[in-house]
Design a protein around this ligand. Sequence first.
Ligand code: GCU
Length: 677
Amino acid sequence: FAEDGSRLWLRYKPLTGMQKEKGNTFSSIVKDERSATLDIASGELSSAWKELTGKDISSATLQDGSIVIGTTKSKNIRSLLTGKELKDLTDDGFIIRSVKKGNRNYTVITSAEERGILYGVFHFLRLVQTDSFSDNLNIVENPKYKVRILNHWDNLDRTIERGYAGYSLWKWDELPNTLSPRYDAYARANASIGINATVLNNVNATPEILTGAYLAKVKALADVFRPYGLKVYLAVNFSSPKELGGLSDSDPLNPAVNKWWNNKVKDIYKLIPDFGGFLVKANSEGLPGPQDYGRTHADGANMLADALKPYGGIVMWRAFVYNPSNEDRAKQAYSEFTPLDGQFRDNVIIQIKNGPVDFQPREPFSPLFGALRDTQEMVEFQITQEYLGFSNHLVYLSPMFKETLDSDTYSDGEGPTIAKITDGTLRSGKVTAISAVANIGEDTNWCGHHFAQANWYAFGRLAWNHRLTSEQIADEWIKMTFSNNKDFMNPVKDMMLSSRETTVDYMMPLGLHHIFAFGHHYGPEPWGDVPGARPDWMPWYYHNADSTGLGFDRTMSGSNAVSQYFPPLNNIYNDIALCPENLLLWFHHVPWDYRLKDGKTLWDGLCYKYDTGVRQVRAYQKLWDRMEEYVDGQRFREIQSKLRVQARDAVWWKDACLLYFQTFSKRPVPYDIERPV
Ligand code: GCU
């Protein structure tokens, strides 16, 4: 085994004891259809089996112990499963079933789609890797979302915006002629967790991506990804007709602009017949958009949607919009998009960040979820840890993703969680999708931190099934990536599960947000002030520390952001006594001597939160030090040294924030916490 993390969770450790005996009862891999995808599926099975058991099961003879793979149209499958059984499948769903026929036992893996077979094969292998397989399997799995998509913020010069794992995987200068083996490895890893779509380039898109030369490169990648079921999408710059096509403007109501997009889309589909569609960041952070011409987001999105429609493509139009103005930044996306509800085409979906500001360690969910009733909505998460310690801090993000997905919006009384609104359960839409900004780069271990791989993994698993618990996902990932020894598993799982809250504690507890250093967003800079810069990019805009207290007043007497939430949430958030304490300073400007639920004053409570965060990271270090015997030397040491950085950073956050806020609170730091220096 490579011990450098390059194999991700796809490590097929030799089975032992009973598991090995079970593994040995499998004898061959049988398929009666031919395709590149099926070859990948059978190749994965046979090479995995070799590693797991030492046994060669690549022979294709149907015999006792065969693993039979195929689509629901395959003759073999039809002879082993009834039509009724196959009816349970939707989209990329799969069935894994142990079937007895005569005196032979078979394991059947089938799906209506070829890529579903691949998902079934990887699921089956996951059961083997995690000690949970048997010869009596009866599994039907259907994905919750149709489009499960990664957003790469990769630039054409191979830098990655907010990327912390090296340069981009895409070697644009070598493409289309030279294909890196990592393209296959990337697609395989995504297939193993059910991710079926990828946006290759940064949302801050340059028009150049749509030139013939780049489209040929994109086609080369799409050709590699296709057999793994991975569709390619592109982020586009709204001004492309003007910048690239030489038109006088990019007004969506200008027929020449329409024509330009129609032709461009036609060219793309000629090269990539299964091209997925466009992701658009428009009129946001200085990028061009339809509002430059007095048009709306709907005008812009619909123009692109109409161009893509004949080919089945979609538009993911981002709701991440805000401008320096008197309106609270947290309110602006809602204000801009709710009046447009119902005006978007049915192949447009609005892509909304989980929170109303920007991927903070903790935010309330975006009030847009549920508020758009006649418009399709999807969540955008951020896997790359822009605001969570980059690839230096161990932060397991599944609990954060779940916090959003499981939030009840109360859009129609109790029950409409964000998961149910976006997965089509409560709002029927043609497109259902879920996205996340990737944390993948050229680093040998893909994500910069070995534990950051768990976040790519968790996103894929939740996109497939948002009902999985963070604990289940961590359990699987640890077993596959490291070890299934309980003495390793249990403490490491506890560390992962608590890590997000720990990070919130040492960075921004009690609802504090956006007090990062300007520009890079790594360390603390609550005092930051750049003369002449946009106020909504300054930390004081968010923390509002003064001699009376701390926090952003978003109540009815403040910015009134609370009014964007459905009752009873608007009232709960508005009332300082009811507001969840972990969002207190998000919604309220709180006096320094305000009593928290545990009786501490706000100031003391804040001090203890920062201190708890620091102590927790130190506890992680001690815990990890005890794990040496279960982990290979390389990964053990690399994680150990990352934890050292994290502990140092946690102290930095605590000291910086407490010393700064103390200049306003003018109160002493409680005697039993470590002095800030
Ligand atoms: C954040 C991030 C930017 C990014 C933007 C976006 O503000 O810092 O780098 O471009 O989000 O999501 O569009």
